[in-house]
Structures are given as structure tokens and as C-alpha cells.
Design a binder for this molecule. Structure first.
Ligand code: NAD
Ligand code: UDP
Length: 313
């Protein structure tokens, strides 16, 4: 029988792709979003589907509905967006998490929390394994996001221990692809829009910091495999271990767009992590998952989407 699945943050970049995959396999989807960073355009194609329901709601406030499974994706993910109203970001990851865990408890639903590589902060262990406790500045400008997500993980584990709630925690590493808001301020959306407009690419710092970029289809496949498996409760890294400096990424974007844009070096934001790369041994062994789409191929698909969005052929 088809499951009823609640996707919070379902109008966002990642959440909307999860809605698509669930509808494709015949589940009933309740997409809940407050449209802070989400966009109606991401779910417009689903709105008239008989198995799709949209709820305009903020998870910071309790809600009563029925679901068999919950993907808790709601939370701004771009540093620009989550630092816009840091207190609200903390409320979303704490009060919002409590509300979703309470809902899961009442419905006896399995709940998956979208955690992040940011729980590792500016990591000293490299690549990051799930048993690394992290290196987070609790007072810095990123702490509203990092510490909020750390509390959210703790809440999940404590609801599991106290109430036997079925929880899943995915630690998502930098993900990119179609439906990422061109204006959201993250590095790939910035570089591609700048390259397509012929503007300089804004590299923060000297561009030697690294990130590992996962194409959204790979990520969503991993997240759904984690939700569907019946045993493992602890956190699982999902990301692509291909690691690039921001200067290398800029070169890849110039190649993918055929742009002649120059590089404009800007100040490095405070507490910007110097390196980030997932150890995905756990996902490989437990979920039989690994990413399939290399950066060059993913960038090509993403550039195609941004050209359409920006009306640049
Ligand atoms: P996004 O900003 O595109 O999507 C987040 C969605 O949540 C948006 O639709 C937004 O409107 C909604 N939202 C925010 N606060 C809400 C609230 N209080 N109530 C209801 N809805 C709310 O970001 P994304 O990249 O799709 O990220 C989705 C999730 O994955 C987030 O929880 C994020 O922290 C996590 N994550 C993403 C990445 C990544 O690289 N994309 C990396 C690590 C973790
Ligand atoms: N960055 C950059 N130029 C930009 C936006 C970001 O050089 O226009 C850098 C940023 O300083 C960080 C990396 O790119 O080192 C990834 O930033 P993003 O905001 O995408 O995600 P983060 O991993 O920092 O949360």
C-alpha cells in the first residue's frame, strides 16, 4: 500500500527532488513549507497531482496531520540565508525538530533528519567519518546553523532512546544541481550565474579551501536508501568524496559554461571551514550506495538549468 510521506522543506532544492521521487514510486506526498527559501516553481509540476498535497506552514509551530514517514528537510542551507535571521534558524532546527519528532511519535512514523557536514565544523579529522565529534565555534556566525543541527541530532537520538522512535540521520555534504536558487549565495549557484552573465567569479579568501560536491540525484538516492533500510539508526554521511579547491571549482565552472569571466578575490568569511570531504565507507557498506555523477557531468546538467532560469542560451 502507498505510504503517506511528509516532506518538510518540500518546496526547497533537495526537498522538491525527494517529492518527485516519492510521487514517481506511488507514495502520497504532503509537502510542507513556509517558503522562506523554497520556491513554488520547484513544485509547480506536482501541484495538480492527485497524490500531492501542499501545506503552507512553519515547523516552528506545531501541526496535526497523519503520516507514515517524515523527511525533515526544512531549514535554510545557504550561509547567506541561515545567517539572515540566526535566531529563526536556531528555532527551526530546535523547536521545529521537537514539533516534527512529536508528530512522528503520535503517528508512529519513521523520521529522517537532514543533518549536515557542518556538524563537523572546521574539521581537524580529514576526511570526516561519522564518529568524529567535530570542531565547531559555538559563538561564531555559522553557529546558528551548526549548533542547531547538532541539537537536532541529539533530539532525534533522545526521542529514539526515550520513545523507541524510528529515526534516521543523514549528514549531507555540499550538494548542487537543478532547482538550487540562482540567488541563494552558495558557491556553485554564484559561480555559474556569474559565469553565464560574464561577471567575475567571486572567490572568497585565496580559494585554497576545499569542498566535496554531490549531484542532487545521487544525494536523493542515498537519502531514500537510508530512510528505507530497516536497521541503522546512527548518522550516515552522504556526499561525493571528490574534493576540489574553490579555485579548481572556478576553473571547472568556466569550462562547463565556456565563459571568459575573470576571478575576483573577496575576503574569506569568518569560520569558513578550510577543508571538507566525506568518508562514505558507512554508506557504501550499509546502503550499497555511492555517487555516480562526476562533477563535470553534474555541472553540465546544472548549467543547462541555469541557462533556462536566466534566459541565457
Ligand atoms: P533550501 O533552502 O533550498 O530548502 C530548505 C527548505 O526549507 C525551503 O523550501 C524553505 O522554505 C524551507 N524552510 C526553512 N525554514 C522552514 C520552517 N521554519 N518551516 C517550514 N519550512 C521551512 O535548502 P536545501 O539545499 O534544499 O537543503 C535542504 C535540507 O538539507 C536543509 O535542512 C539543509 O540544512 C540540509 N542540507 C543541505 C545541504 C546542501 O548542500 N544542499 C548540505 C547539508 C545539509
Ligand atoms: N565561496 C566562494 N565564493 C562564493 C561563495 C562561496 O568562494 O561566491 C566559498 C565559501 O567561502 C566556502 C565555499 O565556497 O569556502 C563553499 O561555500 P558555500 O556557501 O557554498 O557552502 P559552505 O560549505 O561554506 O556551507
Amino acid at each position: 500500500m502507498a505510504a503517506t510521506v511528509l516532506v518538510t522543506g518540500g518546496a526547497g532544492f533537495v526537498g522538491s527532488h525527494i517529492c518527485d521521487r516519492l510521487i514517481e514510486r506511488g507514495d502520497k506526498v504532503i509537502c510542507l513549507d513556509n517558503f522562506f527559501t523554497g520556491r513554488m516553481a520547484n513544485i509547480a509540476h506536482l501541484k495538480d497531482h492527485s497524490q500531492f498535497q501542499l501545506v503552507d506552514h512553519d515547523i516552528v509551530h506545531p501541526i496535526t496531520l497523519d503520516a507514515d514517514r517524515i523527511y525533515n528537510m526544512a531549514c535554510p542551507a545557504s550561509p547567506v540565508a541561515y545567517q539572515y535571521n540566526p535566531i529563526k534558524t536556531i528555532k527551526t532546527s530546535t523547536l521545529g525538530m521537537i514539533n516534527m519528532l512529536g508528530l512522528a511519535k503520535r503517528c508512529k512514523a519513521r523520521i529522517l533528519q537532514a543533518s549536515t557536514s557542518e556538524v563537523y565544523g572546521d574539521p581537524i579529522v580529514h576526511p570526516q567519518t561519522e564518529d568524529y565529534w567535530g570542531h565547531v565555534n559555538p559563538l561564531g556566525p555559522r553557529s546558528c546553523y551548526d549548533e542547531g543541527k547538532r541539537v537536532a541530532e541529539s533530539l532525534c537520538m533522545n526521542y529514539h532512546l526515550a520513545h523507541q522512535l524510528e529515526i534516521r540521520i543523514v549528514r549531507i555534504f555540499n550538494t548542487y544541481g537543478p532547482r538550487m536558487d540562482p540567488n541563494d549565495g552558495r558557491v556553485i549557484s554564484n559561480f555559474i550565474t556569474q559565469a553565464l552573465k560574464g561577471e567575475p567569479l567571486t572567490v572568497y579568501g585565496d580559494g585554497s579551501q576545499t569542498r566535496s560536491f554531490c549531484y542532487v540525484d545521487d544525494l536523493v538516492r542515498g537519502i531514500m536508501a537510508l530512510m528505507d533500510q530497516g536497521i541503522h539508526t546512527g548518522p550516515v554521511n552522504i556526499g561525493n568524496p571528490g574534493e576540489y579547491t574553490m579555485l579548481e571549482l572556478a576553473e571547472q565552472v568556466l569550462k562547463a559554461t565556456g565563459s571568459k569571466s575573470t576571478i575576483d578575490f573577496r575576503p574569506l568569511p569568518q569560520d569558513d571551514p578550510k577543508q571538507r570531504c566525506p568518508d562514505i565507507t558507512r554508506a557504501k557498506t550499509m546502503l550499497k550506495w555511492e555517487p555516480q555523477i562526476p562533477l563535470a557531468e553534474g555541472l553540465e546538467k546544472t548549467v543547462h538549468y541555469y541557462r533556462q532560469q536566466l534566459g541565457i542560451e
